[in-house]
Design a protein around this ligand. Sequence first.
Ligand SMILES: [Zn+2]
Length: 205
Amino acid sequence: MVLISPLLEELLWLEHGFGTRHAPLDQSGMAILKQVHSSLVLVADRREGCVGEADALITVEPGVKISVRTADCFPILLADTRRRAVAAVHAGWRGTADRVVVQSLLKMQAEFGTKPEDVIAAIGPGIGACCYEVGEEVASRFGMEGAGKLDLAAENRRQLTGHGVLATRITPPGACTFCDSARFYSWRRDRELAGRMISYIRVIP
Ligand SMILES: [Zn+2]
């Protein structure tokens, strides 16, 4: 079972999916990253295998499946409807604090001429504010006073709209990976037993 964003599904020139614990997806045949909780963005320069150390991949090449692995962190997929460019982003608290999704938009703009108003963004399943209690240090990175519940999806949504992506063109996660153990792995819940879920996007050749 792979989850689909209804907004991205309308774009007939691409295919995408957010993996679940039941998805038969692995990353063979995909461009992948050594994810390091950064805001680094790389252009996928190959169809398969590791492109480098970073937390977002972008491409305009038809047929190149770009992908990220998550378990509580948020997978975010971007599609530029005018340039037909795409991005796959891994956003945990560090990446979100460093604005990895905005860095991805800026890199798409620099490489492909992407304008934020042409972008559809799909935020995949990650840990919801319901289950994501963070300490003072992390909270302070997000302007919170003291420890509390952090809403990473909302923060990424704010960054997207703050950079010019239309609110009506962003789909929400729709589920919390910690709450929904039947469908998702969760690092916070399962620790070393947690698997990783694969999310991907590609331009259809
Ligand atoms: Zn939850």
